[in-house]
Design a protein around this ligand. Sequence first.
Ligand SMILES: Cc1cc2nc3c(=O)[nH]c(=O)nc-3n(C[C@H](O)[C@H](O)[C@H](O)COP(=O)(O)OP(=O)(O)OC[C@H]3O[C@@H](n4cnc5c(N)ncnc54)[C@H](O)[C@@H]3O)c2cc1C
Length: 186
Amino acid sequence: MLWHNPRSAWHDLRPELSELPYDSGAETDRLVEAWREGRTGYPLVDAGMRQLLEEGWMHNRVRMITASFLTKDLHVWWPVGAQHFLDHLIDGDIASNNHGWQWVAGTGTDASPYFRVFNPVTQGRKFDPDGDYVRRWVPELRHLAGAAAHEPWKHDNGYDDDYPERIVDHDDERKETLARYERARG
Ligand SMILES: Cc1cc2nc3c(=O)[nH]c(=O)nc-3n(C[C@H](O)[C@H](O)[C@H](O)COP(=O)(O)OP(=O)(O)OC[C@H]3O[C@@H](n4cnc5c(N)ncnc54)[C@H](O)[C@@H]3O)c2cc1C
């Protein structure tokens, strides 16, 4: 795909979403920095982003979830995330990475539909049911047993070890993403 469409390395392959607005500016930079550092307040996202910084690797499932969070919860254009992944991944590959990002963002080959927004909590409960992956990479949540590690906000002692509060409300941002998508489709 990249051979036949070299521009798709850093630009949307498919034009359908070219009208989709993305966020930028100081506040967005602050949110993107929290994402890069694994301090979004969403345990599975933070576990994946911290694994990337520490090991230079992240499981495919979590790559999809963290990429969805940046593009659809923070409304940031996918190349911003693709560059961060390439800066850290030991298996960093421009074709697999940038088209992996376009798959998540809905702008690439047989991409997941744009309106598919990964829910970091339900994904966590499904693929890390005991919370072991989260506790491995997010020490501030090690005092929460089992699946409680996925929802510290539901527990009185959830923030006892200074885990950050959620930087956005996932349900609100999902609705915002779907509204932008509808407007962009005109
Ligand atoms: C946002 C995002 C970014 C990604 N960035 C990269 C990247 O920079 N480099 C990279 O090699 N893969 C990338 N992938 C694909 C996939 O996540 C990795 O190939 C896989 O996680 C690597 O782990 P593994 O070697 O244990 O894979 P295994 O599950 O053991 O698979 C074996 C090999 O198959 C290939 N492979 C597996 N899944 C995919 C896939 N979805 N797309 C393409 N090839 C695949 C890889 O070469 C992998 O080494 C990305 C996926 C997403 C969603």
